[in-house]
Design a protein around this ligand. Sequence first.
Ligand code: URP
Ligand code: ZN
Ligand code: ZN
Length: 486
Amino acid sequence: MAKVIKNGMVCSAERTWKADVLIEGEKITRIAEDLKGDEYIDAEGAYVIPGGIDPHTHFEMPFMGTTAAETFETGTWAAAVGGTTMIVDFCLPGPDGSIVNAINEWHRKSTPQICTDVGYHMAITGWNADIFAEMETAVQMGVNSFKHFMAYKGALMVEDDEMYESFKRCAELGALPMVHAENGDLVDLLQKKYLSEGISGPEAHSFSRPPEVEGEATNRAITIADAAGSQLYVVHVSCEQAHEAIRRARQKGMRVYGEPLVQYLVLDDSEYLNKDWDYAARRVMSPPFREKEHQKSLWAGLQAGSLQVVATDHCAFSTEQKRRGIDNFCLIPNGSHGVEERLAILWTEGVETGRLTPNEFVAMTSTNIAKILNIFPKKGAIVEGADADIVVWDPKISKTISQSNHHSILDYNIFEGRSVSAQSRYTLSRGETIWAWGMNSQPKPGRGKFIPRPAFPSAQKALSKWKNLNSHRSVSRDPMNIPAGV
Ligand code: URP
Ligand code: ZN
Ligand code: ZN
């Protein structure tokens, strides 16, 4: 059956124009005026945009002695309601250390539950011959990005030499190394210092992770990527110090990408001073929210292109779970949420304020990350042949965010009471309307698909060629080793 999205303004990362969009099966098959079909979806007064891609979630992830509360069902459903049609979740190795087993475990958990499409990143939490070998299998299984935690000492943290080896392996395999950039040794020392001074509340979480600690680690990761000849994606960039390091690397010609979170753009560190322990603890995440000045830097980076992607790091813990750290801030499970709110907040605070154009909004919620993760234009694009992951984005539906109307499993919402001025009128995932505003849509767990992401083509060949030609220069400047256009 042919569906036509009628009378909307198609808005891509490049341009906005009036056109109908024809969908046959799971694909976009035509974009033109006055298209005919068997079924019509009204987009009058709305933008027709590629479905959002949130490249940073942790659903049901075992972490800090508990398991993130958001399930793959509730998380992907909340995403769909908010206009996101694909999430990329982080796999952690289990006790056996196998990354291949971890990917299979993530399939076991996610497959029966997902309402939208998903992909995975794999965490590298140590280094040995098995991990070296299994990384290739992981890439063959469709996982082409590997996250390295420079923090969480004694748990997930890796050392510089391990990162160097892993980044080199990523470059060989045509994969993307990612980093959680905070100096884990320093965080550990500062945590002990505040505890010994009797400062044990959520405010100490932010005291113990100052922006300098993030800036140093970001700079170090960039240096390691340069030496290893790899690209680099820096997740959850929260501050000017980290942004500055990314800016500088990009100016040198390095392929370094930065991902601020929507939380960092609108919430600041005064949240941790709230006298209500639960209120403050619900906002504990790493890196923490920063002073307002840092928000200006992040917005400027998105405007200038030195930061490319807005994500959420959706890692939701209930109030009860947060209370594990009632006597010691180091035990508060780190994580917050936003998969449902990301697009609406970015639109309201970015586009409505004039900071961003609608096309830039599309670029940083969908298109850029599709390119960075090597799934463009299957995802992240409104073009013929692409998956029909489409959102009819209505800039006239306003809403007050609240725990009482959200779709997350959480018993609170860190954006409670915030007004947003746009919502998804319809969310389509591979041609199926999975959410219609005001129509009592229900989740369909199990309909989502895992989207394998191919390795970057000829990375190995291009890299060695560049090495031979430019042995005196950094190989990470290799223009062949990256997706174009971001
Ligand atoms: O606090 C955070 N960010 N929790 C999730 C795990 C991570 O570091 O991404
Ligand atoms: Zn992280
Ligand atoms: Zn994360």
